[in-house]
Design a protein around this ligand. Sequence first.
Ligand code: SF4
Length: 311
Amino acid sequence: MTDAFPYSLDNKRYHTLHYHNRQRFGGRVEKAALNGGFTCPNLDGTKGTSGCAFCDGGSGAFTHALPLQEQLAAEQERIARKCGKPVPMIAYFQVHTNTYAPVEQLRALFTQALAFPGVVGLSAATRPDCLPEEVLALLAELAKKTYLTVELGLQTVHDRTAAAFGRGYAFAEFLAAYRKLQALGIRTCIHLINGLPGESLADMLKTAETVGKLRPQAVKLQLLHILSGTRYAELYRSGQITPMTREDYTDTVVRQLALLPPETVIERLTGDGEKAKLLAPLWSADKRKTLVGIDKLQAARDTWQGKDFRG
Ligand code: SF4
């Protein structure tokens, strides 16, 4: 690469969230992680009761959910401590399926979050089978008023893998929902997981290539974390799951980045699993080392986001 990658301010070879936020907000923005008190159709019996095999039910950090205002105030304080000053926040509804409720309940919750001082946008993590027409209409309305992102947990485009971990919907269902979101002009971030049992490097690259062709506004890449209390924890303990090595993960991500269009914002390159629950791979707890490894491998191979993208 002769010129610097255009979508980074700090010499990265991928489209950083830092760059995106600078362009969009003129400075630093942080996510306030919130629990809206939702459940999930994969847990409440609608689609299943045992959830995805890697799911720990959201995060232990949110077990005792406070009223929304108190959560926002606590997150505002945490963010100010981390950044050394108050920073604008995106209200990020993160736990379980954050559009899985009657539309008027969603409207009240999202409106309350957006009214909180310092909140400049909204993000909701959800599933494609939890976006009925009335919810899409609400999201389209909000997207006109604020910076809205819908985060869709796809994990893989391969239905056989998804059936094995119990996702509860097919790739075709994801595609239909994704297209509706795009048609409504709703910024969409697709979540992917590398290292799912039974997936080869070719499978993971196929997922990145397929998702890249959809030209999503954002992608989060994540490593499979085996967390205590999940179904994968049992399989791991009985030796039926082998977690990815750091080398394999780094190699996979570098190849995937080359397959994604440069305009897609990379909102995450490795996971933020709860350390107290992490059984494997333990190397993933050193997030910085993983990120540095990705930078170095991209440079060594002289590759960058979009290098192998064929729209
Ligand atoms: S869809 Fe999300 S919240 Fe529901 S079981 Fe799967 S990972 Fe857990």
